[in-house]
Design a protein around this ligand. Structure first.
Ligand SMILES: NC(=O)c1ccc[n+]([C@@H]2O[C@H](COP(=O)([O-])OP(=O)(O)OC[C@H]3O[C@@H](n4cnc5c(N)ncnc54)[C@H](O)[C@@H]3O)[C@@H](O)[C@H]2O)c1
Length: 344
């Protein structure tokens, strides 16, 4: 990240403000600190100590506890919103009023009504570019698998088996998230998006079940859920997400079709050569051949994601995913979440 205003080229430097100095806020700043076209103007958190620590660590020019002060700073070009979903609508509205471009974390909101309000707000401010942080869209491994499946590598229809379970080492952090949202709404939006992205089909129906296995999860909330979906091309999928003190962590991503199978082996799950990136295991039928593709991949490429927003601002890209795609995955995740909650 640039520390000075003096530049030898005419490259536009974008002044960034980060709101929310938590886990994802740090992931954003880790990913953008190498970029030579951004400068960290300000970091903000309601917990001023967190903002102060972030400012020192990432060399921000200033820090604040009131996001309204930050979004009204004239010199700020782009605001990154990395707070919980229930705050996104209010902060985003303020950003757009002040003409800022925004990178906003997913899920867009915590309920359907606020999500709808966010989409219409974004559409009513075409002068401001807004990208929602669907990080998998910028991940090299997922991009490669999307290309393979979309070009018929495993045939169609497909079965998508996906899980993301966390053995929580910081239960309080996850409990806060459960009180605010749910594993299915929080992470499911990524994978409902993957289902549509990989198949180029629409979600036709969704169902789900869930359970609370931790005593301090409030009534009406759950810490483990599984959803099933059927797509318009006949493909089906499940996504399983759980956060608990006793569950083992796992991360299955497998796609099976009549002509073959693709499985993603994350860098951290490889037995060796982890420094080389993720693996895509590709099995073809009837040949019975295996191909192992190494993808040099950063799991959360927040730098590339921010560059996508900058490309949108410069009119080079429309942005991925489009807000219509964000809405589709969000509204199906809300539907699945409601089905689960009604059966608890
Ligand atoms: N894309 C991904 O892979 C990914 C991964 C994890 C989390 N997330 C998303 O990122 C968002 C944040 O999650 P997290 O895990 O970083 O949470 P976190 O609790 O670690 O951090 C959130 C921070 O925002 C601050 N905050 C809350 N309201 C604020 C406000 N009004 N003004 C200023 N600061 C405020 C909190 O004090 C906290 O420090 C959520 O929407 C979550 O779903 C995305």
């Amino acid at each position: 990240m640039h520390q000075t205003h003096v530049h030898s080229t005419f490259k536009k430097i974008y002044n960034i403000a980060l709101i929310g100095c938590g886990y994802m806020g740090a992931t954003h700043l880790d990913g953008i600190c190498e970029k030579d076209n951004v400068m960290l103007r300000c970091v903000c958190d309601t917990h001023i100590d967190r903002a102060r620590t972030f400012a020192a660590k990432y060399h921000a020019q200033g820090y604040e506890s009131d996001y309204k002060k930050v979004v009204s700073m004239e010199e700020v070009d782009i605001v990154i919103i990395a707070t919980y979903p229930s705050t996104h609508l209010e902060i985003l509205r303020e950003c757009l009023i002040h003409g800022k471009h925004v990178l906003c974390e997913k899920p867009i909101a915590q309920d359907l009504e606020s999500g709808r309000a966010i989409v219409s707000l974004i559409k009513s401010h075409p002068e401001c570019k807004v990208l929602i942080g669907y990080i998998l869209r910028h991940n090299n491994t997922y991009q490669r698998v999307a290309e393979m499946i979309r070009s018929g590598a495993i045939g169609s229809p497909i079965i998508m088996r996906m899980s993301q379970n966390h053995h929580t080492m910081d239960w309080q952090r996850y409990l806060n998230l459960i009180c605010e949202t749910s594993p299915i709404l929080d992470c499911g939006v990524h994978y409902l998006d993957v289902m549509r992205w990989f198949t180029v089909a629409e979600i036709k129906e969704v169902s789900g079940i869930g359970l609370k296995t931790e005593p301090d999860v409030p009534e009406g909330k759950y810490n483990y859920g599984i959803i099933t979906t059927r797509m318009t091309d006949g493909s089906i999928a499940y996504y399983e997400a759980g956060w608990s003190n006793t569950m083992s962590s796992d991360n299955l991503k497998e796609f099976i079709g009549p002509k073959g199978r693709i499985r993603i082996v994350y860098q951290m799950s490889r037995c060796n050569h982890q420094e080389e990136g993720d693996l895509i295991e590709y099995y073809t039928y009837p040949e019975g051949k295996y191909e192992i593709i190494n993808v040099n991949c950063n799991r959360k490429p927040t730098g590339e994601q921010l560059q996508e927003l900058i490309d949108m601002i410069q009119g080079k890209k429309f942005g991925s995913p489009k807000i219509e795609d964000v809405w589709e995955s969000f509204q199906w995740a809300v539907k699945a979440d409601e089905i689960i909650k009604n059966k608890l």
